[in-house]
Design a protein around this ligand. Sequence first.
Ligand SMILES: [Fe+2]
Length: 308
Amino acid sequence: MKIKNYLHMLENIEGEVEHTVDRIISGLKDDKVMVIKNQQQTEADALLSAVAEQLGLHDSLMLQAGFASAQKHREQVGEYFMSVNARGDYQYIPPHCEGTVSTNIQLAAFYAEQNTTDGGETILFHLDQDYLSNVPLYEVVNKVRIKGAELPQQMVAMLAMIHKVRIPDDLLRDNDEVLTSDHVSDFNIDIAQVPKVLKKHTSVILNRDVYSYWDNVASTDKNAAAQFERYLKENQLLRGKLNNESMDNAAKRRVYDGQYKLEDIIDGQITYKLQKGDLVLMNNLTWAHSTANWTPGSGERQIAAAFA
Ligand SMILES: [Fe+2]
């Protein structure tokens, strides 16, 4: 599988640089991946805060940090960062843009406290907007089938909160393709997962609408994991010889089978192993992030993530 190397889209900022924030903003507006070297955690926090502020994303940065600290599987690191999801031995993280259309995360940041394993490379994939304008991707969304009487208003609100379904917009229709269906006996309803054609979403950084590889597109698709594993193999980035299911951290969420090849939806990639003190910033809508696996015990890997 041949995917162009987009290393020219990665810009390193090293040493004391005047107007660092301006340089980061201008790089992001050119859709570059910005790496700021040798940062302390507090400096990374301060830089990220200033960049988010200039992009009008500071509220979102605080919201995401607060949300993360409320979650049990993530730990807060510094002011805005959180530990990345714990993963099992030999697990990789297939490419995805963080969140979904409704979480609207525009900016992704990673900070390396330590990264000395024999793998764990970050692979960033740039989405091919031309291809995606012609061939749709599908996001997997929840829809509801009401079997009994009309639901009281309180339950409608609860469904929106817990299952992300809005009534009447998300009522299941006859022509919906049901991928999974769960009966919720308390409400006498079915919650179904259905594929829905992905629409463009506005990138605040680029000030234009783009197609993204949201989590509910990428991590619900069996094909996506198989494609990524093939990519890792072909590029000598796969360690260990386990089966796909146990190496894929999102295996249980995959309910759908997309037909595309990874090289179709991507026009370029950057493979970069984060070094201690690196702060990496990118547009979450145009770049999907992923991580190669590593041999357990081969070193320490502590990477923190922040989103806005
Ligand atoms: Fe992620």
